[in-house]
Ligand binder design. Structure first.
Ligand code: SF4
Length: 348
């Protein structure tokens, strides 16, 4: 089948089946950018409310650039992968300064921006400006590997080059926005990872994976994600009507978010070990009022085992000076990780 026909079939399917989404059929590069960054690691259903709240509070580059990073992170709270929000904020400031707040139009200028890789640059260039750049995301890898029966691992350098070239070759250069939307939506709704709807697929007759019975084998990934296990002991320290929090400034998960005082260890602590710990040394009256069971919190590359200890103290020591002392009701002003917010929701 001629290559253009595959694109036409996908676009026809898209026209009949596409979901109505708030970032669809708009040409505002700022909003397209925000939606693409949110959707990178988030499902559409979850991302929708975040997108709507985000663009309502920060409707354009300038409003985002002028905002405080803590506020931007607060609007991102619960979405995970917080470097996305930090990069959005920094990039908005760069666009405000370098481009007078007007989103650049040139593909190579877009690609230079922090947090914008090949995929996002192609999405913005095609959706906002109808420029002929093919998107290659997880959906596109899957759809192409199946239709063409490609067994090259999608996470290898050779695979990435091969799929990028193929995606660009089959791109409808006259309708790049429609084409890109179509192939991604097709991957999201029809040619899904498990149990794709092959019986009712308009490409069934030419799909190599279908005819060779390779549908559940493709795409192929060469490497397995390594998962690191970590053990977090959090302390909800109550002093009069106050508690203590800290900002995670290290280059690590949840950078620049706030959290309760944390001790990371080889295993999670037992309640009996707390009084001996550095943080609580020299505190005369210390009452460990409760501790949670161990929570298992799964991130893409890490598995966190966390316990929360509620501790009441009636005097402070210098260790606590390094922490931020706040009133309990002020906690809502700080962006925290999903793990911390799960604990706080139940225990305040
Ligand atoms: S036949 Fe199945 S595997 Fe092939 S493109 Fe259609 S949905 Fe995907």
């Amino acid at each position: 089948m001629p290559l253009q026909n595959i694109s036409k079939i996908l676009q026809h399917w898209y026209h009949e089946n596409k979901r109505e989404l708030p970032w669809r059929d708009i040409a505002d590069p700022y909003r397209i950018w925000i939606s693409e960054i949110i959707l990178q690691q988030t499902r559409v259903v979850q991302g929708m409310s975040y997108y709507l709240r985000f663009v309502e509070r920060f409707p354009d580059v300038i409003s985002l650039a002028k905002a405080d990073e803590d506020e931007v992170l607060k609007y991102w709270q619960g979405l995970g992968y917080y470097s996305r929000a930090r990069n959005l904020h920094k990039t908005a400031q760069i666009i405000a300064k370098t481009y007078n707040g007007i989103f650049p139009k040139n593909h190579s200028d877009i690609l230079q921006l922090k947090g914008i890789g090949e995929y996002t640059a192609a999405a913005i260039s095609s959706f906002a400006y109808n420029q002929p750049y093919a998107v290659v995301d997880g959906n596109v890898f899957r759809v192409l590997s199946r239709i063409y029966g490609i067994e090259t691992p999608i996470d290898s350098n050779v695979g990435k080059k091969k799929f990028t070239l193929l995606a660009q070759t089959i791109l409808d250069k006259k309708e790049p926005a429609n084409h890109n939307q179509a192939i991604m939506e097709f991957g999201a709704l029809q040619c899904v990872p498990a149990q794709p709807i092959c019986d009712a697929c308009p490409l069934k007759a030419i799909c190599k994976a279908f005819s060779l019975n390779l549908v559940d084998k493709l795409p192929i990934k060469a490497t397995k994600t390594k998962v690191r296990e970590r053990f977090f002991n959090y302390f909800y320290i109550e002093f009069e009507n106050k508690i203590f929090i800290q900002k995670r400034t290290e280059k690590d998960i949840w950078q620049n978010l706030y959290e309760l005082p944390l001790l990371e260890s080889e295993i999670t602590f037992e309640a009996t070990e707390i009084a001996d710990n550095e943080i609580f040394k020299n505190i005369k009256e210390l009452e460990i009022s409760s501790s949670t069971p161990t929570f298992k919190h799964i991130l893409s590359h890490q598995r966190i085992f966390a316990r929360f200890f509620t501790v009441r103290i009636s005097n402070k020591n210098e260790f606590l000076n390094h922490l931020l002392e706040i009133k309990k009701e002020e906690l809502d002003n700080f962006a925290v990780s999903r793990l911390t917010s799960l604990f706080l929701e139940k225990n305040r």
